[in-house]
Ligand binder design. Structure first.
Ligand code: URA
Length: 426
């Protein structure tokens, strides 16, 4: 390990064998945390070549259980988002893509901090079981074309250890470490094709489009090098996606999109992600044809029917979604056009009224959250509601203030159009 640390400290690339030695030692516990941390810090400063990042991804993906989907016919597709506020695209695109008969095999996580997790959103549907065994997961992908489950206990144990250390040693923000962490989980989950939604802006990991593009490029290259067809979309997270933030509220909004009556921004991103998944599975289709076909699935009702069938298949009762007891409006402090909505403040506010977790142990109130009344570019009068808080207990004044603070206003409308999808990296 000392040799590896010195080599990386000098800015030299590590060989595949050295990277394998490192990951095997991390997984078995043979390498001390202080040495692992030193190497992580050297990687943060010196970076990694694309080859090293691919070798690291491969070693981490194979550090524990892997899912073998080769027995399921067809191109199995998966999707990953780097995390956003109000991001319920998975709930929409998973049934939408499955309605083409394309197998969607997805493992998702829980939310922490200001961003929500897909598993929590689905578990807000009473009875919905996200704890599928590997056998059930496989057979459901085979005969229903869609299964979504929480990550199994021993998937990428090396990533779990490294992430926990990165979190407390100031080494989270490193492109090769983020890219290999994300892609190792995707590779271990067994899909043949992956669509990545790399978000940037105030509510996202990557604060600007340049960082997001570099991360997307690296993840796409890693995926393709490891034999997975990979595409990435760069999408804006400078305001929450859609109007609803909070678990059962987001399920309701996802249903609206699947019925063709959802908000424009959320519908656009979800359909674009879905269409890219479709073209990875069916390369003979152009992206325009895939977009048109996705819209068709929505307007014929096939997409929403697949959603309802999926909920039933995983044990959920959609008509029993919980609703919050208390609804509290937040009023505009002044008149003007909305020029921005700080996603991270909205995410934090919704966490504080019970919709998210500050620590892993916190229990979620599935019914709580925030519904925005206004979004970017809309005009608002003084004392008109800009958001409604849904909660089980009356919200504290500090939370109401935080929601109001998230909104910025201007007397004149902005000339700038908000561009939602900045680029697609193939
Ligand atoms: N998400 C991950 O899974 N890993 C990272 O390193 C960062 C975000």
């Amino acid at each position: 390990m000392v040799d590896l640390i010195l080599k990386k400290r000098a800015g030299l690339p590590l060989s595949p064998e050295e990277i394998q030695f490192f990951i095997s030692g991390v997984t078995s516990g043979d390498i001390a945390d202080y040495q692992t941390s030193a190497l992580l810090m050297a990687i943060c400063f010196r970076g990694m070549t694309q080859q090293e990042a691919s070798d690291l991804t491969f070693a981490m993906a194979n550090s524990g259980d892997t899912l073998d989907l080769s027995g399921v016919p067809g191109v199995k597709v998966d999707k990953h988002s780097t995390g956003g506020v109000g991001d319920k695209t998975t709930l929409i695109l998973a049934p939408l893509v499955a309605s083409f008969g394309i197998p969607v095999a997805k493992m998702s996580g829980r939310g922490l901090g200001h961003t929500g997790g897909t598993i929590d959103k689905l578990e807000s549907i009473p009875g919905f079981n996200t704890n599928l065994s590997a056998d059930t997961f496989l057979s459901q992908v085979r005969d229903f074309h869609l299964a979504l489950a929480g990550q199994t206990g021993n998937l990428t144990p090396a990533d779990k250890k490294l992430y926990a250390l990165r979190d407390v040693t100031g080494t989270v923000e490193s492109l090769p470490l983020i890219a290999s962490s994300v892609m190792s989980k995707k590779v271990a989950s067994g899909a043949d094709a992956i669509v990545l939604d790399v978000k940037f802006g105030r509510g996202a990991f990557m604060k600007n489009v340049h960082e997001a593009r570099a991360l997307a490029r690296l993840m796409v290259d890693i995926g393709n090098q490891l034999g997975r067809r990979t595409t990435a979309l760069l999408t804006d997270m400078n305001e929450p996606l859609g109007y609803a933030i909070g678990n059962s509220l987001e399920v309701l909004e996802a249903i609206d999109v699947l019925k063709g009556t959802g908000p424009r921004d959320l519908s656009e991103v979800s359909i674009m992600l879905a269409a890219n998944m479709v073209t990875l599975a069916k390369p003979e289709l152009s992206i325009d044809d895939a977009i048109a076909a996705c819209c068709d699935k929505i307007f014929t009702g096939e997409a929403i029917n697949t959603f309802y069938a999926w909920v039933l298949r995983q044990g959920g009762f959609i008509d029993q979604l919980p609703h919050a007891r208390i609804q509290t409006p937040v009023y505009a402090p002044k008149e003007g056009y909305v020029t921005s909505i700080d996603s991270s403040l909205i995410g934090l506010s919704s966490m504080q009224i019970g919709a998210g977790r500050a620590t892993k142990e916190d229990v979620i109130d599935y019914s709580s959250g925030i519904v925005l009344c206004k979004k970017y570019g809309e005009f608002v009068k003084t004392n008109e509601p800009i958001a409604i808080l849904h909660s089980s207990n009356p919200p504290e004044q500090t939370v109401l203030d935080m929601v109001a603070k998230a909104f910025s206003f201007n007397k004149v409308a902005s000339e700038e159009k908000s561009l939602l999808i900045h680029d697609i990296i193939r």
